[in-house]
Structures are given as C-alpha cells and as structure tokens.
Ligand binder design. Structure first.
Ligand code: HAM
Length: 404
C-alpha cells in the first residue's frame, strides 16, 4: 500500500464538505468586497520567492520544495500565494493601469516543515490581495472582511496587530535594534545570533523563553514610527475600536515573510493547539516595485484552511434530491430511465440492485434524500411508482407517466 507523503493529507468525506463550505463562505464575502478570482501556477521560478518572501527567511532557507526541472530550470512549489499573484499582476501589466485591482484565490501551498497538528507540508490557503490602495482604510476593510468570514463560519478569534514602519523609519529602528542585540549577543540563542546579521527584526519573534525575557527591554518599533506610519497605525486602532473589533497590539509581531511594511496582523485561535495562527497578512507597498513592476501599494491576507477546519460550525444539511430503487430485477431499467430524465434538474441517487423495502429506506437515509421512489412487483404490473416525501412523511402511488 502506498501512503500519502509525510505532512500531506487526502481530503475526503466530512472534511471535503467542510473545505467546500469554507471556500464558498469566504468567496461569497470576498466578492461582496469587490474581489475577483485569480489562479496562478503552483510551480514558479525559485527566484520569485527568494526576492519576495526573502532570501534569509525560514521559508526560503529551510522549507522550499525546490528542484531543477528537466530543462535545468531552478523551480519551486509555491510556499504561499502572494508572490505569484504579484508576479501575475506585473506580467499582465496591471501595474500600468490606473484601476485598483482586487484578487482572491485558494489552493495548495507547500512548505517542508516538521509536521505536527495544524502544520502540514501541503496545506491550503484562501487569500486576498488588494492593489493600488494606499489608504489605511483598506487595511481596516481587509481586517473587517476576515472578521466577517470567521463570524460566518462560527469561529472565535483573537486579533494581533503591529506596524512594521516604512522605508523612512524602519532602517533607523533596525540599526538601533542591532545595537541593542549586539550588546546581549552572548546571551541570545544561536538562531538569534545568526539573525542579527541576516534579518534582525525576526529576532523579535524568537520562541526561546530566555531570548524573550532578554528582549523585554529592546527598543520597540511602535515607539519609533515616523509621523505618517504613526498616524496611520493610530487611525487603524481607532477604526477597529469603533467597529467593536477587539485587538491586541503585539510589538513583537513581525511575520515570517520579509515583504511587509506598515500594518501587519495575525488572527489566532486558542482552540487548535500550538499552531494557533489561523490567518495572517498585512501591507506590502514595496513588493510590486521590488519584482520590477511600477510602484503600487498593496495589502492582503491568507487564511489557513486546515487550521480552521475543525472549528467551523457546519450548517444543518437539509434532505435533498431523490433516491430511486427497484424491489424486483425487472424494474431496474425503468428506474434507470426515470433517473436519467430526472437528473436534468434534480440530484438523484440510484441503487442498481433490487432490494427489500427496509434496505432501500436505509439507502434513502444514507443519501440524505428528500424523496424515495420505489418500484415493486405491484407497481410494475400497474404501471405506477411508490413515492414518499421524507420531510412531510406523505406517501403516494401514482401512474409512472404522472411523475415529472
Ligand atoms: P502566512 O502567515 O505564512 O502568510 O500563512 C497564512 C496562514 O496559512 C497561516 O496563518 C496559517 O493559518 C496557514 N499556514 C501556514 N503554514 C502552514 C502549514 N505548514 N500548515 C498548515 N497551515 C499553514 C502568508 O502566506 C501570506 N502570503 C499572507 C498574505 C497575503 N500576506 C499578504 N497577502
């Protein structure tokens, strides 16, 4: 028997229903906010992720499904969706148009991580990317949209927000931070030591308890923002307050991808174990330019589908469609003809073997059908069918030609 690869899962039965319900709900809400569907390839040039997610990020250095294809190209299975959407946005020259563009997508992402509950090597995201809108109102709107999606799915959450500054305030802050970190270097873990040179901001979200204690006195970016970033961040918090969306300002929230500036956020749940982030995102105003497009502000997010799968409050599914069965072999082809006709507009479940009444009624329940249609010896002789409405419990025998 061949098993799925470690960290990869089949999506079947109850889980696939949950998956579809999540995608349908998120899609309906994203469309209300003006988002249109985009699909980009799973396989991309490795350079795309190195330049966007970041050369020194964990995703790029440790977690990529990267290989040389038969043509000798360095390719990679996408670890996230934003980079591909931005590449596509530039490729289609949408950066040259004055129209604001909004895209939603969903699909498989690949990260070669150590699998555990809520952390897979192949997982699925639903994401949105909004291009051309520099206003912090759009950051607020995106956070509102995610809140609405979670509300519609019956999922409670905590929201963490931070500002990562911009090209005016971030470099000075980074220098200050490096100064602080260099002084306590010997006490920090080896990962942090490596990051002081490669990506000092990421030191802030080190999971090591000792490092976190040492970082308590570190300079905070939120206290060192330039006027514009400070005003925007305060505006965001005021908007969230008036919309009654609870949040916590987490100055150590830096995100694992390097393209963010200004607003960064994460939605977390306490009910799913240690991998608690259920959605993440933020602003990335420099990425389009960085990937050779015309400077375009942008903001987006992605929800981790597998992480919220168990949390979803599934709606009660009503009985639907017709179950058809024969109680004598001679009636099976009659049933088949009726099913073909009815399938033009109705869901039909058909049983090819003739069976007794009780056995068919079990089949009706299993199919969760609204109607049961059976033909036994009497019906066959009389040219009739037996029909039952499982909701009203009404039963009747009618001429076969009256069955529409
Ligand atoms: P991210 O925070 O890396 O952001 O991923 C978004 C969500 O994907 C996470 O909050 C988590 O729920 C889920 N996720 C990540 N890794 C795994 C995994 N190994 N197994 C299961 N679920 C996982 C991004 O990917 C950005 N592209 C989001 C974004 C869009 N920012 C701007 N636009």
């Amino acid at each position: 028997m061949i098993n799925p690869l470690r960290g990869m899962k089949d999506l079947t039965f109850e889980e696939s229903k949950r998956f579809n319900f999540i995608i349908d709900t998120a899609t309906t809400i994203a469309k209300r906010y003006g988002y249109g569907y985009i699909e980009t390839p799973i396989l991309e040039d490795t350079a795309l992720f190195k330049r966007s997610v970041g050369d020194s990020s964990d995703i790029v250095t440790k977690e990529m499904y990267q290989f040389e294809d038969k043509g000798g190209n360095d390719v990679c299975m996408r670890p996230e969706g934003t980079a591909g959407v931005v590449r596509s946005f530039i490729h289609a020259k949408l950066d040259r148009q004055p129209i604001k563009q909004k895209f939603y997508y969903y699909g498989a992402m690949f990260r070669y991580e150590r699998p555990q509950k809520g952390r897979l090597r192949e997982f699925h995201q639903f994401g949105c990317e909004s291009f051309g809108e520099a206003s912090v109102y759009e950051d607020f709107t995106i956070i509102t949209m995610i809140s609405q999606i979670f509300e519609a799915l019956g999922i409670g959450f905590d929201l963490k927000i931070n500002s990562l500054g911009c090209s005016n305030c971030m470099p000075t802050y980074r220098d200050n931070l490096v100064g602080f970190l260099t002084e306590i270097k010997d006490e920090l873990c080896s990962d942090c030591n490596r990051r002081i040179d490669t990506n000092p901001i990421r030191v802030l979200d080190c999971k090591n308890e000792n490092c976190q204690n040492l970082l308590k006195n570190s300079p905070k970016l939120i206290d060192n923002l330039c006027d514009e970033c400070d005003i925007d961040f305060k505006k965001l918090t005021t908007l969230l307050d008036s919309a009654n969306i609870d949040y916590e300002v987490d100055t150590n929230l830096v995100r694992g991808l390097d393209y963010y500036n200004k607003t960064a956020f994460e939605f977390v749940s306490n009910n799913i174990g240690s991998q608690s982030a259920i959605a993440g995102g933020g602003r990335y105003d420099k990425l389009v330019e960085y990937l050779d497009g015309k400077a375009t502000p942008a903001v987006g997010f992605a929800i981790g589908i597998e992480r919220i799968m168990e949390l979803v409050n599934m709606p009660k599914i009503n009985r639907d469609g017709i179950y058809m069965g024969a109680m004598t072999d001679d009636a099976i082809e009659k049933i088949l003809a009726l099913a073909t006709k009815k399938r033009k507009d109705t869901k039909v479940t058909i049983e090819y073997n003739s069976k007794g009444f009780k056995s068919h009624m079990k089949g009706v329940d299993k199919a969760n059908a609204r109607y049961a249609l059976l033909i036994g010896e009497d019906e066959l002789t009389n040219g009739t069918i037996w029909l039952k409405d499982l909701d009203t419990k009404e039963e009747k025998i009618i001429p076969i030609e009256d069955f529409q």
